[in-house]
Design a protein around this ligand. Structure first.
Ligand code: AMP
Length: 184
């Protein structure tokens, strides 16, 4: 049986997983985490919701954030506000012992003023829905020029929902050498 430790996760993350009662990795976690935790390749993961997809990309993503770099290093795009909030909640929990790693969710349908205020502080990981993200980029509240990791969660759903143009626009603000992890 493969353990989370064998997948290469750090003690800070292993501690939180044990607190959360995660005993062993799910299939997608077992397959994705060893690739995502190191290397510079893009990645495509196919997994249903409820199979532990969020931890499959979230755990390696958090491990790879440089806590001493205040720039936005990772962006997770999700098709809906609900999914975005859910991802942020998970990442918040997973980062409990990763001091100095900040996670912020931004999405439409909520006051932009609060989001603008939160963005004045370091936010190394941003979870966003496409429309609101573009709005905040245009207001210069978010800068993606130092982005290292782009995660597209439910990428097929985002395309079905007509976000293709928004996604292209967002990609145009990101560096060419970032890693893209696509989950569908
Ligand atoms: P997700 O597919 O990411 O939405 O995860 C579905 C649910 O499974 C969430 O409530 C997770 O907290 C939980 N979960 C994810 N990975 C594990 C694991 N390895 N062991 C136990 N529960 C897990």
């Amino acid at each position: 049986m493969t353990t989370f430790k064998q997948l290469g996760l750090s003690d800070s993350v292993l501690k939180v997983l044990s607190e959360l009662g995660f005993e062993k990795p799910t299939e997608i976690q077992e397959q994705a985490i060893p690739h995502l935790i190191k290397g510079n390749n893009d990645f495509i993961g196919l997994a249903q919701t409820g199979t532990g997809k969020t931890a499959a990309f979230g755990l390696p993503l958090l491990e790879r954030i440089d806590p001493f770099n205040n720039k936005t290093q990772a962006l997770v795009l999700a098709p809906t506000r609900e999914l975005g909030q859910q991802i942020a909640e998970h990442l918040d929990k997973f980062s409990k012992y990763l001091n100095k790693v900040n996670v912020l969710a931004i999405y439409g349908g909520a006051a932009i003023s609060n989001q603008l205020r939160s963005l004045q502080k370091t936010q190394q990981v941003i979870i966003a829905t496409p429309g609101r993200l573009i709005d905040l980029i245009r207001r210069k509240a978010i800068l993606l020029d130092q982005l290292k990791f782009l995660v597209l969660d439910e990428a097929d759903e985002m395309l079905n929902m007509g976000f293709k143009e928004d996604l292209d626009k967002i990609l145009s603000y990101t560096p060419a050498d970032k890693m893209t992890w696509l989950f569908s």
